[in-house]
Design a protein around this ligand. Structure first.
Ligand SMILES: NC(=O)c1ccc[n+]([C@@H]2O[C@H](COP(=O)([O-])OP(=O)(O)OC[C@H]3O[C@@H](n4cnc5c(N)ncnc54)[C@H](O)[C@@H]3O)[C@@H](O)[C@H]2O)c1
Length: 328
C-alpha cells in the first residue's frame, strides 16, 4: 500500500516507517518538524508541511497516490495541555479534522489514528477495556477523543474506514539502535531515568510513593515501540469501509515507577539516585490495558513483552546517542 504518515519524524513515527517499509509498504512522511527530527528519516521521503494546511496535505496525498493515512502528528504532553488547552484542541482536534478533509479531497478512504490511554481518564475497571467509559481528565485526552468521535461520524456519513489505536506508555527503541526516543522536553519515565544514568540529570523524581500499590508508586503499562509499530501494519489490513474501531495497545502487564528505576539500574549498571516528590494532580495509581481485542481481531501479539528488553533497547539508543538527535 502507499501510506502517508503524518508526524512520521517523531519518536513513534521514525520506528513505524521502518516497520512499514519492511512489510512492503511505500511510505511518505508528512511532518512540520516542529518536534520531529529529519535525521531520523534517513532513506525515507519527507514532505515538510503542517497538517492544518489542508490543501498542501491533499496535494501530498495525491502526489504519492496514497491509499491510506497513518495519523500520528499531534502535541503529546498532558501537563502542558492543562495550561494551554487551545494549543491542543487546535493542533490535535482541528488538525485531525484537516487531515480528514484532505483525505476526502484526495479520495483517500482509510486511516489508522494514534489515540491514547488518556481518553479513559481515571479507570473504573482494571485492566481497562475498550468498552469502559471514556472520560478524559485533561485536554490532551479530550483532544484525541474528539477525533475518535469525528472518525465515527465520517465512517457513517462518507463510508470511510478507521482504526484508532489507544496507546498506553510507549518505550524502547529499535533493536539495532538506529532510532530511539528524543522528545523536547522529555516527560516520559524511561528516557528520564536513562538520562540520569548518562549523567545528564542528577536524580529521578518519583511523584508520590504513598499510593495504594505494592511499593507505593504508580503502576503503568509499557509497550515496546516496535510492537506498537507492528500493530499499525496489522491495523491497516483490518480497516473496513464504513467502520471506526478502537483498540487498546499495551503490554497487559503493569510496572511500578520503582520497578522501572530498579530495572534501569540493572540494565545500565549505574546507581541512578531517586528522590520522592509530592503526587501530581490527576495521576491514577494504576493504568493497565486489556489487549485481548487487539490480539483477537488484529492478530497482534507483543514480541518484546518483558520490561528488561524494552529498557535494554532504550539504553542502547541513549548510550550511543547521549544528545539524542543532537538538533534540539
Ligand atoms: N509516546 C507515547 O508514549 C504516546 C502515548 C500515547 C499516544 N501517543 C500518540 O502517538 C503520536 C506520536 O507520539 P510521539 O511520542 O512519536 O510524539 P513526537 O512528538 O515524537 O512526534 C509527533 C510528530 O508530529 C509532528 N507534528 C506535530 N504537530 C504537527 C503539525 N501540526 N503538522 C505536522 N506535523 C506535526 C511533530 O513534528 C513530530 O514529528 C501522538 O499522536 C501521540 O499523541 C504517544
Amino acid at each position: 500500500m502507499n501510506v502517508l504518515v503524518t508526524g512520521g519524524a517523531g519518536y513513534i513515527g521514525s520506528h513505524l516507517v521502518r516497520v512499514l517499509a519492511s512489510a512492503g509498504h511505500k511510505v511518505l512522511v508528512y511532518d512540520n518538524l516542529g518536534k520531529g527530527h529529519a535525521a531520523a528519516l534517513e532513506g525515507f521521503d519527507l514532505v515538510r508541511g503542517d497538517i492544518n494546511d489542508t490543501a498542501a496535505l491533499a496535494d501530498a496525498l495525491r502526489r504519492c497516490q496514497a491509499q491510506a493515512v497513518i495519523h500520528l502528528a499531534a502535541f503529546i504532553e498532558a501537563g502542558e495541555s492543562v495550561e494551554h488547552p487551545h494549543k491542543y484542541f487546535h493542533n490535535n482536534t482541528l488538525g485531525g479534522l484537516s487531515v480528514l478533509e484532505a483525505m476526502r479531497q484526495a479520495g483517500v478512504g482509510k486511516m489508522v489514528f494514534s489515540s491514547t490511554a488518556a481518553v479513559y481518564g481515571q479507570p473504573v475497571n482494571l485492566p481497562i477495556q475498550e468498552t469502559d467509559p471514556t472520560e478524559p481528565i485533561n485536554p490532551y485526552g479530550a483532544s484525541k477523543l474528539c477525533v475518535e468521535f469525528m472518525l465515527r461520524s465520517y465512517a457513517r456519513a462518507y463510508g470511510m474506514g478507521f482504526v484508532s489505536l489507544r496507546y498506553f506508555n510507549v518505550a524502547g527503541a529499535s533493536p539495532d539502535a538506529a532510532v530511539g526516543e528524543d522528545h523536547h522536553p522529555e516527560t516520559h519515565l524511561v528516557p528520564l531515568v536513562l538520562q540520569v544514568a548518562l549523567g545528564a540529570r542528577p536524580a529521578i523524581k518519583i511523584f508520590g510513593d504513598d499510593y495504594d500499590t505494592p511499593d507505593g508508586t504508580c503502576i503503568r503499562d509499557y509497550i515496546h515501540v516496535m510492537d506498537l509499530a507492528t500493530a499499525h501494519v496489522l491495523a491497516l489490513e483490518a480497516i473496513q469501509p464504513g467502520q471506526a474501531k478502537a483498540f487498546n495497545l499495551g503490554n497487559g502487564a503493569g510496572f511500578s515507577v520503582r520497578q522501572i528505576i530498579q530495572t534501569c539500574r540493572q540494565v545500565t549498571g549505574h546507581a541512578i539516585p531517586a528522590e520522592t516528590a509530592p503526587r501530581r494532580a490527576g495521576d491514577p495509581p494504576r493504568l493497565v490495558a486489556s489487549c485481548e481485542k487487539a490480539q483477537a481481531e488484529l492478530g497482534w501479539k507483543a514480541r518484546y513483552g518483558d520490561i528488561q528488553t524494552i529498557i535494554a533497547h532504550a539504553w542502547e539508543w541513549h548510550r550511543r546517542h547521549p544528545r539524542g538527535w543532537g538538533d534540539a
